[in-house]
Design a binder for this molecule. Structure first.
Ligand SMILES: NC(=O)c1ccc[n+]([C@@H]2O[C@H](COP(=O)([O-])OP(=O)(O)OC[C@H]3O[C@@H](n4cnc5c(N)ncnc54)[C@H](O)[C@@H]3O)[C@@H](O)[C@H]2O)c1
Length: 331
């Protein structure tokens, strides 16, 4: 009997140590918090794309708490409204708005900007956050491969249409949520639209590299305007982003993969910290063309420093989004 009791005590303390250790590890893996948490954003007008879930929702929440006027630019109005109500209830800031913006449709983006400009004279912070990862090959309304279309091209058009307002509101900021995945990315100069060959992971990595190339090229073009643009990696964050990756959504993964991966994932709250840092830290007011991770500057991959590719991508993006002509032409 006493041997049985000893075994029980041993097993209980082993389980306790395992749980305690896992929680401690999880805590350590959350990464840096944006330290200047008392910084207010009262009256600042902010647009956040993909603000109804994950990192975008936490970013919207934190900015609303700091007093900003937050425009949640989302595709799904029902989910957006649910998130908005949660944020307003918690922050008591009524200046949080849901607006439809499907980044897979140029017409939707143009309509969003038209409505926004009819309501607001200024824009202090634009946060290009929305993203889709490793989905099966799908096309946007204009025929652009979805990951490139939403993660890069849609944001390219959105930013372009808002530049005049951002310049008038200077000092103002553009924050581009990229990813560490850009380090594995290559821009397929001969098959940008993945028409000949499609690989879900490669298309995501290409789109995230495009984010960094875009941020750096735009920063160069905006020199002297008072509008800054920086890109970032939010960390590996526990969000719905992996919804298309079957391995992470099966019962098998729920039982045998997730428990082991969970301690190493940031919560969405911590995933939003580097975005908040880039959007609000006063020390970054004149910093542009940089890349951040864990609330600190970080070197980008060599292929993200290739100015010739950045210029090529810029020219193609202008053509495919119709920023010069008003009519998108994908080829
Ligand atoms: N989660 C991570 O580990 C991680 C790592 C690196 C980078 N990122 C980047 O962080 C950003 C936010 O991702 P998340 O992790 O919060 O994922 P998420 O899936 O929770 O959020 C993505 C948001 O983008 C929106 N979105 C998708 N397609 C859209 C479209 N056509 N139009 C408008 N909105 C659209 C979704 O509705 C959602 O609100 C993405 O750009 C992602 O690439 C995430």
């Amino acid at each position: 009997m006493s041997m049985f009791r000893n075994k029980m005590v041993l097993a209980t303390s082993a389980i306790g140590t395992l749980i305690g250790g896992t929680i401690l590890l999880k805590d350590r893996m959350q990464g840096a918090a944006f330290e200047k948490s008392d910084i207010r954003a009262d009256g600042k007008v902010v647009i956040i794309t993909g603000a109804n879930t994950g990192i975008g929702k936490e970013t919207a929440h934190a900015l609303a708490r700091r007093g900003a006027h937050v425009y949640m630019a989302c595709r799904d109005m029902k989910k957006c409204e649910d998130a908005r109500q949660e944020i307003v209830l918690d922050t008591r800031n009524p200046q949080v708005y849901c607006r439809e913006c499907d980044l897979a449709s140029m017409q939707s983006i143009r309509q969003f900007v038209k409505q926004f400009k009819a309501e607001q004279q200024r824009l202090d912070i634009l946060i290009n956050n929305a993203g889709v990862m490793r989905c099966p090959r799908t096309l946007t309304k204009e025929g652009i491969e979805l990951q490139l279309g939403v993660n890069h091209m849609g944001h390219f058009l959105l930013t372009h249409l808002l530049l005049d307002t951002l310049k008038l509101s200077a000092p103002s900021r553009i924050v581009v949520v990229s990813s560490l995945a850009h380090t594995r990315g290559q821009i397929a100069l001969d098959d940008l639209n993945s028409a000949r060959a499609y690989d879900e992971a490669r298309a995501y990595e290409q789109s995230k590299l495009a984010n960094v190339l875009f941020a750096r090229e735009l920063a160069r073009r905006l020199e002297g305007t008072g509008v800054t643009v920086n890109a970032l990696h939010p960390g590996i964050v526990d969000t719905e982003l992996m919804r298309h990756m079957g391995i992470f959504n099966s019962w098998f993964s729920g039982l045998f993969v997730r428990p082991f991966v969970w301690p190493f994932l940031k919560s969405p709250l911590y995933g939003a910290q580097t975005t908040l840092y880039a959007a609000l830290d006063p020390d970054l007011e004149k910093v542009s063309g940089q890349y951040f991770s864990d609330c600190a500057p970080k070197e980008v991959a060599d292929q993200a420093k290739d100015d010739r590719v950045a210029k090529w991508l810029w020219a193609v993006s202008e053509k495919w989004t119709g920023t010069l002509t008003g009519t998108a032409a994908v080829s």
